[in-house]
Design a protein around this ligand. Structure first.
Ligand SMILES: Nc1ncnc2c1ncn2[C@@H]1O[C@H](COP(=O)(O)OP(=O)(O)O)[C@@H](O)[C@H]1O
Ligand SMILES: [Mg+2]
Length: 269
């Protein structure tokens, strides 16, 4: 069900925030699953040496011989690193801790910020007919995250609904601006999504108000509630949409997917 108004090839979205524990990986996995459930073909790139997206989608450590590291630094063909997950239409390039040395090795490489960009535009990509690529970034604004921003059409920012949530956003926006000025002038901000939202908690509402006051229409209408099913799903190695399809968390990620897809229609119109 690819959108005929969209330019050829997948839409590439970097899921980024240099803070750890804000819901990047959770959003990558479950937004990916929700898009896949809606009939889109989705590829997740695990760009975090912690490999949480890979683990959360059931890729055993023993099945990670060829990973994002090889994709970036050994110019290996996509078909050798892409793996299926237990969820229909949802593919992944897994990561291991090897990727932590990639940041240093990238510095020594001439085209250091374009490696992921080039890897995702190799002709083998056409064979997969991917609609969306979601890149799960590490909790840092290092060269790996810059690679994601150079490769991407847009950045999606999970914002945890807690105190100091907006702190650090200006640093992230600055990095986006720098990438625009140097390597990727068309990089957009897809949106900021409030995660782990608790409607009964005044603090959550206050963070939402602050975010909407400061960022306006960039903030998605959809909020992802704090939901224990969301945090349990990775230990069963499946998205929450599969673990507990009717849970509030699963529903919220479906809403986010719908909002994202209509975003895109708006952007194309
Ligand atoms: N909506 C949610 N409800 C409950 N727990 C969540 C939710 N989103 C994320 N978590 C939990 O918060 C922790 C951090 O989330 P994670 O996605 O790993 O963050 P990041 O990738 O930004 O470091 C994880 O233990 C995850 O299970
Ligand atoms: Mg993560």
């Amino acid at each position: 069900m690819s959108d005929p108004t969209r330019p050829r090839g997948p839409k590439i979205i970097a899921v980024a925030n240099q803070k750890g524990g804000v819901g990047k990986t959770t959003t990558t996995i479950n937004l990916g699953a929700a898009l896949a459930e809606a009939g889109q073909k989705v590829l997740i790139i695990d760009l975090d040496p912690q490999g949480n997206a890979s683990t959360g989608l059931g890729i055993d450590a023993s099945d990670r011989e060829l990973t994002t590291y090889e994709l970036l630094l050994e110019e290996i063909d996509l078909s050798e690193v892409v793996q299926e997950t237990a969820f229909d239409n949802l593919l992944i390039v897994p990561a291991t801790v090897d990727l932590s040395s990639a940041d240093m090795e990238l510095i020594a490489t001439e085209k250091r910020s374009f490696l992921l960009h080039d890897a995702l535009r190799q002709t083998a990509m056409d064979d997969y007919a991917i609609d969306y690529i979601l890149i799960d970034c590490p909790p840092s604004l290092n060269l790996l995250t810059v690679n994601a921003m150079v490769a991407a059409h847009s950045v999606l920012v999970p914002l945890q609904s807690e105190f100091f949530a907006l702190e650090g956003l200006s640093q992230l926006m600055l990095t986006i601006r720098e990438v625009r000025q140097t390597a990727n002038p068309n990089l957009r901000i897809e949106g900021v999504v409030l995660t782990m939202f608790d409607a009964r908690n005044n603090l959550s509402s206050q963070v939402e108000q602050d975010a909407r006051d400061n960022l306006g229409a960039l903030v998605f209408q959809t909020r992802i509630p704090r939901n224990v099913r969301v945090s349990e799903a990775p230990s069963y190695a499946v998205p929450v949409l599969q673990y507990d399809s009717a849970s509030k968390g699963a529903q919220a990620y479906r809403d986010l997917a719908r909002e994202l897809m209509s975003n895109q229609t708006r952007a194309a119109a």
